[in-house]
Design a protein around this ligand. Structure first.
Ligand SMILES: [Zn+2]
Length: 437
């Protein structure tokens, strides 16, 4: 039997294990925020992988954003060395899930299997992907214990809130250093036939306009900060939004609408604070002296961050030219540069070949409209040979009745296991004996 058929048969044989593992992971409610049950899920993964011969470390991101004694940010990194030295393939999954929200018909933490789908918060984003990579790695090390190099699996905190207590922390501590890890696959739910090469950039900023408080019956004695902000929004509608719609990228971003530059006005708050829910009185009559807007700008690999900032500055300059008392403060909150792995990078070509083998069609290359933990692996870890590849339908992420299809997980596990063979055994012409399990 050739190695591919052997791998596929072994993965099929572990279908029940894959289902049970996914269900177990869903049943640990790792909600973020606030960051519940990170230690519990890391200990679960440690026990499982240590029993398979992995060296396992639990790493708390002490001092990172979000870490506290009440909600410690725990991460798990498991490494299995081969019989000979060589390269390391690392599968990184985040263990956190977003809030449940309304309109569920399944128990969000029940992990119910119904008609070939496993339901629950995080089923698709991304505990199904985590379970898939574990089964692929376990089958690989069981069948090919003589392999060269190493296989690593990590379960990391806080991806849904920026990844600072997770992958960013591990990257700062050298876990993604080039001498330690050479290939990274992040099993986010991008569909089993797609390779995600990277993501657009992000620039978040807070703009505050200032006015002067006065009695609301005599607004001419004050200066309304909300009207100033209105002028900013108007100028954005006139010049900025049309200009952004003109900027197109060569990055294969999905969905189609995200192939251009985008700007979301995340929030605007002007004037006095919203009253408490139990307050029954009316507001007092005041001219607002402050108005704040949060901007969420997503930009393309063809754009420079300096130009992104200059465009907003130009809007403010135009408003200033027309309004004598216009005063403002612009503050950057957060930035992530766009990243895209080259199509001829080794991890890309390997997974593409494996997709062709298993799915029987060429891989589709995509770029994510939003960011994920690849940003930290690229910027802090300096590792470019990184992709997102995993089972599941991206559109289901964060929605009610989120699920992962068992068949998709099985197919993806086959792709991942073949990728391990291609990288860590170096060629396709391997025959294997009986698994040493
Ligand atoms: Zn995710």
């Amino acid at each position: 039997m050739d190695y591919g058929a052997k791998l596929d048969a072994e993965i099929e044989a572990r279908r029940d294990d894959l289902i049970a593992l996914t269900q177990d992971l869903i049943r640990i409610p790792t909600l973020n925020p606030p960051g519940d049950c990170y230690l519990e899920i890391c200990e679960y993964l440690r026990d499982r992988l240590a029993a398979k011969g992995f060296d396992v470390q639990l790493v708390r991101a002490e001092g990172a954003i979000g870490d506290s004694d009440k909600y410690p940010r725990w991460n798990v990194v498991a490494r299995r060395e081969g019989a000979h030295s060589g390269e390391c393939v690392h599968f990184n999954s985040h263990t956190d899930v977003v809030e449940v929200g309304r309109d569920w018909t399944y128990d969000p933490f029940g992990g119910e299997l119904d008609d070939g789908k496993i339901y629950g918060r995080g089923a698709c984003d991304m505990k199904g992907g985590l379970a898939t990579s574990i089964i692929a790695a376990e089958v690989f090390v069981d069948l090919f214990s003589e392999f060269s190099g190493a296989v690593e699996i990590s379960g990391t905190a806080d991806e849904e809130s920026g990844g600072y207590g997770g992958v960013a922390y591990l990257a700062e501590k050298g876990f993604f250093a080039p001498e330690r890890v050479q290939h990274v696959i992040i099993p986010e739910p991008l569909n089993k036939d797609r390779i995600c090469l990277g993501h657009r950039g992000v620039w978040w900023a807070e703009l505050e306009t200032f006015g002067e408080i006065a009695h609301g019956s005599m607004p001419f004695l004050g200066d309304c900060a909300v009207r100033h902000m209105g002028a900013v929004v108007h100028e954005m509608e006139q010049s900025l939004f049309p200009a952004l719609a003109e900027k197109r990228t060569d990055m294969p971003v999905v969905p189609e609408g995200a192939k251009q530059s985008t700007l979301n006005i995340n929030s605007i708050h002007g004037g006095m604070e919203e009253p408490e829910a139990d307050y029954t009185g009316y507001p007092s009559a005041c001219v607002p002296d402050s108005c704040r807007m949060v901007l969420d700008r997503r930009f393309l690999i063809e754009e420079d961050i300096k130009d992104v900032q200059a465009e907003i500055q130009s809007v403010l300059d135009k408003v200033k030219a027309e309004r004598d008392t216009f005063r403002y403060d612009l503050r950057e909150m957060h930035r992530v540069l766009p990243t895209m792995t080259e199509k001829d990078a080794p991890v890309v070509t390997t997974v593409a070949e494996a997709i062709q083998d298993i799915i029987g069609a060429p891989a589709e290359y995509v770029v994510s409209p939003g960011t994920y933990d690849q940003k930290h692996i690229d910027r802090i870890g300096k590792l470019k040979n990184c992709i997102a590849y995993g089972p599941g339908i991206l559109d289901l992420a964060h929605k009610p009745d989120e699920y992962i299809g068992v068949e998709d997980m099985v197919d993806s596990a086959k792709v991942m296991a073949r990728s391990l063979v291609k990288i860590l055994l170096g060629h396709d012409e391997i025959t294997v004996g009986e698994p040493k399990i």
